[in-house]
Design a protein around this ligand. Sequence first.
Ligand SMILES: [Zn+2]
Length: 452
Amino acid sequence: MTIQNFNNIESEITSFLSELIRINTTNPPGNEINAAKYIQDFLARDGFQSEILESEPQRGSLITRLKGTGEKPSLLLLGHLDVVAANAKEWSVPPFDGLVKDGYVYGRGAYDMKGMVAIEIFTLKLLKQNKIPIKGDIVLAATADEERGGEKGAEWLLRTHKDKVWCPYVINEGGGLAIPQNGVNVYPVQTAEKGILWFKVKAKGTPGHGSMPNTADNAILRINKVIAKLDSYKPEITYVPTLKEYLAEISLINPDLKEDFTKLLNNPTQSEQIIDEIAKKDKALAEEIRPRTKTTITPTIISGGVKENIIPSEAEAVFDCRVLPGQSVEETLDTIKGLLQDIGFDKLSFEIIQKHDGNESTTHTPLYSAITSVLRELEPNCGITPTMTTGGTDSHFFRETGSIAYGFHPMRPDEPIDLLEKRMHGIDERITIENLVFGTSVLYETVKRFMT
Ligand SMILES: [Zn+2]
């Protein structure tokens, strides 16, 4: 089999993305319906019928389907239409002009993730144009509201229109950008995400005069103890399958990391010390790995007190806690409460702000094999590894309902990785036209192999 290179779509995909960026879908407020309508018209030219579903006025998500024979399970190409805000003053080009310059398409969403939406749409279009005899349905969903948690997008769609959108297999954002290691490209496929537990602890006390500290019960001192206690907590180290496979893969590819990673892999009980050792050589790498081995609890907001001379009777702190796949947020909260028993537990109250469990998909699937076979054929020496992200995408809604979901937006690095990653949600976000074509070629071939 040979992999087709779609150089012929270059100008069409460039202008498609450029126009999509011009439709400002900054969330809030989102207004994704404008982008959904644009895509609907674009797909209609190839005979696709699509549906726009609104969770609220203006919060449109688009769904379309390419029918297969039903011999294989269906596959969802998932993407979000909303973007985060961009401050034009910080940018060197206007963030919503979709400017094409020096081989790049510039603008908010070029990378996260209108660029991938473009790749998914062109993949679907080309499969249809080339009359590929697909054995399973391919569904495309371009959704609202991912950047604010997906409640008015993917989550809502799954809750209210599951029959239209749910598939056993999902390809979404979250991975795919190759990271050069030891002279070869290593393509990460996102197979896992940490879960979220955002919670608030409120401490109560009794008020008094600031000049007479012993006559009152200062809530600030109590919340201080809560923070100190949670900071000193040493959570259990757990290696989920994704982390084990990642460490093993990188050990094979990068001789510089082989010793440390093999040691880490074989000695989970000494994980912290080994990561400390790695940090002495490569701090950034160590701190990439560390949160992937355990629960993290980070205080992010603290407030309390009203006046210089009043001892406050109330103070509160908000924590951003992240749990590993397989750990339940409910049990984690119970553990946290257990830790705080001896610091006036009856004067503490808890509120959950947002939560969902960690989630993971196995790599032992025909879709993962298709990804691997296509990449290996394109770049025989490349590395491919599953990865876990500490942040979340819409994939978790699908993994929670039983789908195998992979974050895979195939891209080759065209500038240093740290710069590329900074552009996401950052300044001068952009994507190369070369990567739009590359991404389409890889995704098209992957879907074709999986579906025929
Ligand atoms: Zn995104």
